[in-house]
Every structure is written in C-alpha cells, then in structure tokens.
Ligand binder design. Structure first.
Ligand SMILES: [Zn+2]
Length: 723
C-alpha cells in the first residue's frame, strides 16, 4: 500500500482543467500531421517525430530555447483545428465534429511531451521562468476552447442526437465524456460568467506553478550536512551516496541529507542522532511553510477561494461536489464514508504502535517520549524485535535490475508481453541514465511499444515516482504503438555497485510499472477513451504491487547482490508476517492527508487560515501527535500544484478497496496469482478498456459483484467491521 508521490499520465497536463479534449494523448494521424506539423521548422520541438517505431520524440535534440515558440505555435495550430471544425457548414455529426476534435492539437501534444520532460525530469530555473510565462497563456488557450460557444453547440448537437439514436458504444462513450467535459468546464455559462471563469483559471494556473516552484525551492535549499562523527546507524551505501551528493554540492568531506523523501526516510529510520533527526524531519515537513518568500499558505487560501468561486458559477455548493460527479465515488459523502470507516481502526493502531515503541525506548534506556522524528527509528527497532526483520537485510536481496526482470516476468505471465532491450543510440533519450526496451507479444511477435526507464534522482528532477506516456494506443486512424515511461528517484550508486532498494521502494517500482502495463494494454479506439477516472486508475497499478511477493518472483529474482543466493524462505516468511506492521502509521499519515484534502474543499474559504484549519481539523479527528500527515497542506502538490488530485487523494484508498478485493479473486483461483483464466479477465475487463466503459460495470464483469471493504481491512490487519 503506497501513497508515494505517485502520479500518472502527463503530470503537466493534469494542471489543465479541460484535459479530456485539449490534452488527449498523442496520436499518429498521418494526414493530419502533414497538414499541420511544420516539417521545415528549425524548432526541434515542432518537428514531426522521425525514425523507427512510428517516429520518436527527439529528446536528444530538445533545447529550452525552443520551448516558448513551440508552445505558442502549438496553441495557434490547435486553435486552427477548432476553426476548421467550426467552418464546416454541414450539421454536426460524430465524424465531422467529434473525430476532428479528438485529433486536434496534435502538434501541441507533441510539444507537451518535451515540456513534461523539461518540467519533471530535467527542470532548471531557466525552464521554470518560461513555465511561469506560459502558464497564463496556456490557460487562455484552454478557455478559448472549453468556452467556445459554437464548438459546444456542435458537441451538444451530437450529444442530443445520440440521446434518441444511440451511437456504437465506444463512440457514445466519447460523446458522453466530451459533452460532460464541456458542461463541467463552464460551457453553459453566460458571457459575463465565462469571462470571470476564464480569469479565474488563468489566475489559478499561475498559483499552481508558484506553489510547486516554492516546494521545489525548499527541497533544493534545505540540505543537512553531516560530519563524520554524525553517521551513527546509517548504512554504508547510504553514507557513500550522501558523500557523493555532498561532493556534487561542493561540500567535499561532508555528508549531504537532501530535503527529499528518498533521503529523509532512510535517515529518520536509521540515524541514532536524535537532534539531527529532528532537524531533517522539520526541514522536510516545513516545505512551503517557512514564512518566507516561498511560503505557500497564502497561495493555498487564494486557490481554495478561486476554486469555490469557479464551481459556484456553475451552481455547485463546493469544489468536491463538482469534482466527484464523474468519479467512481460520485459524491464527497461516499468518499468520506469510506475514509471514516477505516480511520478509527487506523488511529487505534497508531496508539498500539506508539506503546510498542515506547516500551522499546524504555527498555534500551532511551529516556524520551516518542516524537514524530522518532517514529520511523523506533518502528524499525520494533520491527526487528517483533518480526526479527531487518529492512537493511531485506535490501540485500532487492536489486533494481533484478526487480526490473521480475516485472518483465510478471508482464509475460499476465499480459503475454516480452521486453527486449533496445540497442543504445537507436532511440533518442534525454539523459544517459535512461534506458529503453521494446515491448512485443510473446507469441505473435507483434510490436506493442517502447518502455523508457529513468531510474535515478538528479537535481531538477521532481521527487517521487511516476509513469507517463509519450504516445498512447488508439485505432481510429490505424493502430498506434505505445511509448510509455517509468520514472523513479533511486539514489544512483557509486560506480560498480548494485542499486539496492527497500521493500517499499520495490513495491512502488512495481506500482508504476502497473501504470505502464495499463498504457500498453489499452485497446481503445479514440484518444479520449485513454483518459483515467482518478479513483480507478490507481487500482490497476496498486494491484500489480501484489505480484512482488508472489513465490515465482521471490524465488527467481530476489537474490543476494553479492552471493546470488535466493532470499531465504525464513526471511520471506518474516516479510509476509510483517506486512501488516506499521499499518497504523501508513494508513493514518495517508488518510490524514486525504481527509484534509476533502475537508479543505468542503469548508468555507472566505477567511480561512490554513495553518489553523490544519491544526483544528487534525484535533477534531483525534489525529495522534506522534506522526504528521504524509503531505502537510503547504507541500501537498497533488492537490495544489494542479487539479489532478484535488479532492481526489482519497482515490488511493478507494482504489485499494478494489485492489484487495480483486486480489482475493486471484487467491481463490486454482492457479493463484498466475491463474490463466483470472489473468485473462483481468486484462480484458480491468486493463484494456481503460475509460471506454464505466469502471463499476467493468469491475462487476471481472468479479461478478461490487467490491467489498472486508479484504482491505484484513490486508491491513485491522478488525473487520461487523455489518
Ligand atoms: Zn500510481
């Protein structure tokens, strides 16, 4: 169960409100491209994707200097596409309105592939300036389309006609989603309201950029440097990489603890230096909250007010109500009900965990009361004592390259995919660390796509792990291949060393690969049908995490990095036994953030003081003092650096109910997690259709019934509620 900084799809696109229509995935529309891509331009970002595999982004040639012109030209061409649709004198039909709308903004979509890399994988102050400059222009562009009355009338005409004469199922779904998208984005507003609506979005887009830049600033500028007497408890590999980071930062001879989760988490788990633990903890949980030029509190208030005003124009009481209507949960109440059904068990478990830790501290003569910067440290001690499980020992069997092979094995068994490394130089990459594999069908050899992996942390790369596509599958203009990527922040090893990762990080690695498989297995006809339903798209990836602990993976791929010996059965037994360990901490830190997200958007933002609201809400929830929210409000990028996860952070748990329940289907099957019949149903109903059918209906086709909460409670070691 992971609540990392995991995001799916193009992270930047999530910042755009009208993502379904404008930023649908890239297409390979030959005629269309000839018409609009300016092949003779010097601007690399605007050039047609060339080379093998149906054409590839020229990541090796992109430059920041080209970005502004490329985005502006892309927007111009996108608007021309819309004009062409509007200039059609014939009555609106699916073919003359919806299809060209699906195919529109092709150049801009291509440009945004580069833009996504430059903002998430290779960011720099220079790029961030350009981003800031472009944000309001992109917002204007969005508004010009989502608020285009004539365009909406044409879409509405197709929609209305389809109410009497339904279209084929996939076309009907595209029309429904498109129409709903317009409606939810203010297409029904009057002229005056539309002007205000556009102004709000413009302002919001700048605030989102400011918010994430502030967090990034605080991540880069609060580094804790240790001297050689302050390394107690830390592992050799951690010390080595901390020394290397210090050298890169010009602090030779010291050891750098950066202000990122991948540094903070292991440091707090192992360091014996309590005072330093407090400093590192405080830096991390104060990101965006330092009462300086980079403080996010005022920005959050402004965002909440503007969001509420915007949905108010359309007659909604609050942002959550507007947001959830096309989600699987449908209403904020249903989402809150689920969270509050689990919450009491989670905080009760925290109290037990703290009591266990206090006992360990007392017995070892540490005279202290457990504070938040002690939680990970003493939890690790309890883990070792209670489960005799040493995370560092487990790490010796978790090598990044073997885990990659393990994922390929799972993809082979469930999806019939084969992954073959692409020779270096054949596919352009944006950094030497990126490697590429070709994905084919194991039996037919049919080409499915390319998988790009960017594994290591670097300056300018955002924290966490995520998956994205550069091109998605569609078949409405001939079949396209899929270009998908996974991105992580593993600490790059010293030369010659294996990358050893924690069990948690291995789980996240599988998680992101689940998103990639979801992209690869798509069989939808139209781009819009690749879009995700936020509380559903985490389900597929969360489910894939389960294969990490299957016997087939354990026995073949979890081998010692030096001896090559498979992980001992006794250690595996301990890992399985310990799987419910620390669930109080994990569930509570996550749920506190998810509840805060929802409550912030249900509240009246008029005079809201974010700091006070956070404190009071946590108090009302009886939040234990010994741990913070996973993402404190001033650094909650999921919710405030765009709209992708706003009132949607609950979605991880919503999806996890499905995950636990779907896992049961495999556990009950004769072939277990590799049962052929269940795997076929998994691909057919839960992966391949993406958003081409209602998720609730897709789930019922897989399971024969709706998901139930019991399996989730059991998986977390919580008491099952009595009905
Ligand atoms: Zn995810």
């Amino acid at each position: 169960m992971q609540y990392k900084n995991i995001m799916i799809s193009k992270p930047l696109k999530a910042a755009f409100i009208f993502s379904i229509v404008l930023f649908s995935t890239c297409k390979d529309d030959k005629n269309f491209e000839e018409k609009i891509v300016m092949n003779d331009t010097d601007n690399v970002l605007l050039q047609k994707w060339k080379g093998p595999y149906q054409g590839l982004p020229a990541f090796d040639k992109m430059t920041i200097a080209d970005v502004k012109d490329a985005v502006e030209t892309g927007m111009e061409l996108g608007l021309k596409d819309i004009e062409t649709i509007l200039n059609n004198a014939e009555a609106a039909t699916f073919e003359n309105t919806i299809v060209p709308l699906e195919a529109s903004a092709n150049t801009l979509n291509h440009v945004f592939t580069y833009y996504g890399i430059l903002s998430s994988n290779m960011s720099s102050p220079e790029f961030r300036n350009i981003q800031g400059e472009l944000a309001p222009k992109l917002s204007d562009y969005n508004s010009k389309i989502s608020q285009n009355e004539k365009l909406f009338q044409r879409v509405q005409a197709v929609y209305n006609a389809s109410q009497n004469n339904p279209l084929p199922a996939d076309q009907q779904r595209v029309v429904d989603l498109t129409y709903k998208g317009f409606e939810m984005n203010g297409a029904n507003l009057n002229a005056e309201q539309k002007t205000r609506y556009a102004a709000i979005n413009k302002e919001l887009s700048s605030l989102y950029t400011d918010f994430s830049n502030n967090v990034l600033h605080d991540e880069e500028n609060y580094v804790t440097y240790l001297n050689k007497n302050q390394l107690g408890g830390l592992s050799e590999s951690f010390i080595k990489s901390a020394a290397k980071i210090a050298i890169d930062k010009g602090e030779d001879g010291t050891y750098a603890i950066t202000n990122s989760r991948s540094s903070m988490d292991p440091f707090l788990t192992y360091s014996t230096e309590r005072k330093l633990r407090k400093i590192v903890w405080t830096n991390y949980y104060s990101r965006g909250d330092n009462a300086d030029d980079y403080d996010n509190n005022a920005i959050i208030t402004a965002i909440l007010k503007l969001r509420k005003e915007r949905v108010g124009l359309m007659g909604y009481d609050n942002y959550a109500q507007w947001r959830l209507q096309d989600r699987m949960a449908k209403t904020p109440e249903r989402a809150m009900d689920l969270m509050m059904a689990v919450w009491p068990a989670a905080i009760a478990r925290v109290n037990e965990e703290v009591a266990d830790m206090q006992t360990v501290a007392n017995t070892s003569g540490d005279r202290l009361k457990i504070k938040p910067w002690d939680y990970r440290y003493y939890a690790e001690k309890v883990r070792q004592k209670k489960y005799d499980l040493d995370s560092d020992e487990v790490k010796q069997y978790l090598q990044l390259d073997k885990l990659t092979d393990a994922m390929f094995y799972v993809a082979g068994r469930l999806f019939n995919y084969k992954f073959t490394p692409v020779e270096e130089g054949k596919v352009p990459v944006f950094h030497e660390d990126v490697t590429v594999w070709e994905v084919t069908d194991k039996d037919s050899g049919k080409h499915i796509g390319l998988w790009y992996l960017d594994p290591y942390a670097r300056e300018g790369k955002r924290s966490g792990a995520w998956a994205t596509t550069y091109r998605s599958y569609t078949s409405y203009k001939g079949e396209t291949n899929v270009l998908a990527s996974n991105n992580s922040n593993f600490v790059k090893p010293a030369p010659g060393e294996s990358v050893l990762v924690s069990w948690d990080d291995a789980t996240t690695f599988f998680h992101e690969f689940g998103h990639a498989l979801h992209f690869f297995s798509s069989n939808v006809k139209y781009p819009t049908l690749n879009s995700g339903v936020r509380d559903y798209t985490e389900f597929q990836s969360q489910l894939l995490e389960r294969w990490l602990s299957t016997d087939e993976v354990i026995n073949q791929f979890l081998v010692h990095h030096e001896t090559g010996e498979p992980i001992p059965a006794s250690l595996v037994e301990k890992i399985k036994k310990a799987s419910t360990f620390n669930q109080g901490f994990e569930t509570t830190e996550y749920l506190a953030s998810a509840l805060m997200d929802m409550k912030l958007h249900l509240a009246d933002p008029t005079n809201i003081d974010i700091d006070k609201f956070e404190r009071e809400t946590l108090a009302e929830l009886n939040m234990p003092n010994e741990l913070p929210m996973r993402h404190r409000t001033p650094q909650f990028g999921h919710v405030f650096s765009g709209e992708g996860y706003a009132t949607a952070y609950y979605g991880y748990m919503w999806a996890d109910v499905l995950t636990s329940d779907a896992s049961e289907a495999f556990k009950e099957a004769p072939g277990g997690f590799y049962d052929k019949a269940v795997a076929d149903k998994l691909v057919k109903y839960l992966f391949a259709p993406r958003n081409s059918m209602d998720p609730a209906e897709a789930y019922r086709l897989f399971r024969g019934r709706d998901a139930q909460i019991e399996a989730l409670m059991i998986d977390r070691g919580f008491p099952v509620p009595v009905k």
